[in-house]
Design a protein around this ligand. Structure first.
Ligand SMILES: Nc1ncnc2c1ncn2[C@@H]1O[C@H](COP(=O)(O)OP(=O)(O)OP(=O)(O)O)[C@@H](O)[C@H]1O
Ligand SMILES: [Mg+2]
Length: 228
């Protein structure tokens, strides 16, 4: 499996949940896997357990310790804002070139699968001039687009697919991670998106009950990613 960039139409949709599910699936299969969440906002060092790096490290079977968090998430900001704004609150700024070379180095040196989780949606600003879309465009690894099942998701998803295609990014798959409130059955949302997705595979992941993190759909997504 190549390196995959896990992106989304927005925040709190399911990027980390899906990445962690895929990581667990690959580990069960005995396949090597690593993950990065290079930029984190809303990071509170006194409550790390629920942070994205902690969820990813747990799925990887690695200790949730400061050095491991720093390894996979070097850019951490306290304010729960877009990264440019969260960094500015601390008098800092993300150096885009540094972010690209950090990510590129990981892509080039990781043996096995690598999931790079973006931040927020596809066009969240990273600094005054670059968005996540620019980061993905430079990195050129296939995006896995995680979207929700809420009312409005079809338009958000098709807009995102259009923008990614404009940058000639080869989307690995779309995962509809069912939201807490959905206007229609998950299958209907999946079918609607698939009708307009120009052949890109669209897979539905049901909303799993609290505490449950395993589902056969992760194996299906992993099989799709292996082909990208
Ligand atoms: N299919 C699902 N079943 C159950 N819970 C889910 C599902 N998808 C997402 N969640 C839950 O929804 C919340 C938001 O998901 P997650 O943290 O993966 O979003 P995200 O897109 O990574 O957000 P961020 O932009 O903050 O990185 C989490 O509590 C997660 O466990
Ligand atoms: Mg996340």
């Amino acid at each position: 499996m190549p390196a995959i960039f896990v992106t989304s139409t927005g925040t709190d949709i399911g990027k980390t949940f899906v990445a962690a599910g895929l990581i667990r699936h690959l580990r069960r299969e005995g396949r090597p896997v690593d993950a990065l969440k290079p930029v984190v906002s809303g990071y509170d060092s006194s409550v790390v357990e629920t942070s994205d790096p902690a969820v990813l490290l747990e799925a990887l079977g690695r200790p949730v310790k400061a050095d491991e968090i720093a390894r996979i998430s070097p850019w951490r900001f306290h304010a729960p804002l877009s990264p440019d704004q969260a960094a500015a609150r601390e008098g800092r700024a993300i150096d885009f070139e540094e972010l690209v070379s950090f990510s590129r180095h990981a892509v080039e040196t990781t043996t096995g699968a690598l999931f790079v989780e973006g931040i927020g949606g596809i066009m969240v600003p990273l600094d005054d001039r670059h968005t996540v879309l620019d980061w993905m465009t430079v990195l050129r690894i296939p995006p896995l687009l995680v979207v929700g099942g809420y009312l409005g998701t079809i338009s958000h998803t098709l807009t995102a697919l259009h923008v990614l295609a404009q940058r000639k990014l080869e989307i690995a798959a779309v995962v509809v991670s069912e939201s807490e409130r959905n206007p229609v059955a998950l299958d209907e949302t999946v079918a609607s998106i698939a009708r307009f997705s120009d052949g890109i595979a669209v897979v539905g992941l049901p909303r799993l009950p609290a505490g449950l993190v395993e589902h056969p759909v992760f194996a299906q997504i992993a099989a799709l990613l292996a082909k990208s």
